[in-house]
Design a protein around this ligand. Structure first.
Ligand SMILES: N[C@@H](CCC(=O)N[C@@H](CS)C(=O)NCC(=O)O)C(=O)O
Length: 341
């Protein structure tokens, strides 16, 4: 891959290319414990995933992952410092040690692991890229977007997939690139482009934010796989293991029927898998460098996967996105967590 192309694919900034973003060595768990705060990188505002509410509190699906991790490690879901990061800033910030964890609607790709030295701690949301089109364009599928003006954010898989899709379908488009999602949205709203392209989950929120939501439609096509998940540096394997198991604990809790409402019953349960989850058996907390009840604390923070999903993205939210692929593997979806064994 040419240097320019590598740069483009990686989304890395100049600081990292110049070697200024020095790798941070192992020991993330100890640093977090000493500091007493988990530093979590989130988006600058993606409805349902991470955004500040009217009171200035961070809310969302990614935010709740950070809180579950802080509760598992520090025993307090409030001990998180959130750093909003644009798409182009996010991996430099993680590599440079500005954050311990990135939970920022980031897609797991080969280049981000092999070229940037990062590791995805599993998948928390199976997404895909879509298009929000002005109704006046009269497009009913992505294949009718030939020659359209399309707004997109820099430093994203979105920009790369857009190019691939038009090339593969022998179509052309006029690309309008913006440094962050807010600028891309404003440009779309003010008519600088006919189409806005983003992960489908975020497009539904964008449409609702338009002055007249009925002026635009989310096209049915999904043109990519966007497996979103938490990201860490690849030089700290214990931290990577811990973040993976926070993710798996949230999913396993749903599968085991352990929710924030039923935690107290779970603590009395005689079922072996539930006892391992609560730390009554197994000693897995210690193996992770945590207390025995780490997983219980993660659930107490904001519930299991289903509770986090429904509150932020599903039935309990304005977005109302059906679980779809993000349903458990034994309920018709593809969400599958290895067992706590
Ligand atoms: N999942 C894709 C796209 C993620 C992304 O950053 N999308 C933009 C919109 S295309 C966004 O949500 N930006 C929010 C922000 O800039 O804070 C990736 O990892 O590259």
């Amino acid at each position: 891959m040419s240097k320019a192309n590598w740069f483009r694919r990686s989304g890395l900034g100049l600081a990292a290319l110049a070697g200024l973003a020095l790798p941070v060595s192992a020991g993330t768990l100890d640093s977090v414990k000493q500091r007493g705060t988990l530093q979590c990188g989130v988006s600058e505002g993606v409805t349902g995933f991470s955004e500040k509410d009217a009171q200035g509190n961070w809310r969302g699906f990614d935010v709740d992952f950070c809180r579950a991790a802080a509760a598992a490690i520090l025993g307090d879901a409030g001990k998180v410092a959130f750093t909003p990061l644009s798409a182009s800033q996010r991996f430099d910030a993680l590599k440079g040690g500005k954050v311990d964890l990135l939970a920022r609607n980031s897609t797991w790709t080969l280049s981000r692991e092999a070229e940037l030295g990062l590791a995805f701690a599993g998948i928390t949301y199976h997404d895909g890229q879509g298009f929000l089109a002005k109704r006046s364009l009269k497009a009913d599928t992505a294949l009718s977007l030939d020659k359209a003006k399309i707004c997109v954010e820099a430093g994203t898989t979105t920009q790369l997939n857009l190019a691939d899709f038009f090339k593969a379908n022998s179509m052309t488009y006029e690309e309008k690139v913006y440094p962050n999602a807010a600028a891309a949205f404003t440009a779309f709203e003010s008519g600088q482009c006919d189409v806005l392209t983003r992960d489908q989950s975020a497009l539904h929120g964008d449409r609702l934010r338009l002055a007249k939501p009925t002026d635009a439609i989310v096209l049915p096509d999904v043109i990519s796989k966007e497996p979103l998940g938490p990201v860490v540096r690849s030089d700290d394997f214990s931290w990577f293991t811990l973040m993976k198991w926070v993710n798996f604990a949230l999913v396993n809790a749903e599968e085991l029927g352990i929710s924030s409402a039923s935690l107290d019953d779970a603590l009395k349960s005689q079922k072996p898998d539930v006892r391992r989850f609560t730390g009554a058996e197994g000693g897995f907390g210690q193996a992770l460098g945590l207390d025995a009840d780490w997983a219980v604390r993660a659930i107490r923070a904001g519930g299991n996967y289903a509770e986090i999903y429904e509150r932020n993205l599903g039935t309990g939210s304005a977005l109302g996105i059906p679980r779809g692929l993000n349903q458990l593997w034994n309920m018709g979806g593809i969400l599958y967590a290895p067992p706590l064994l």
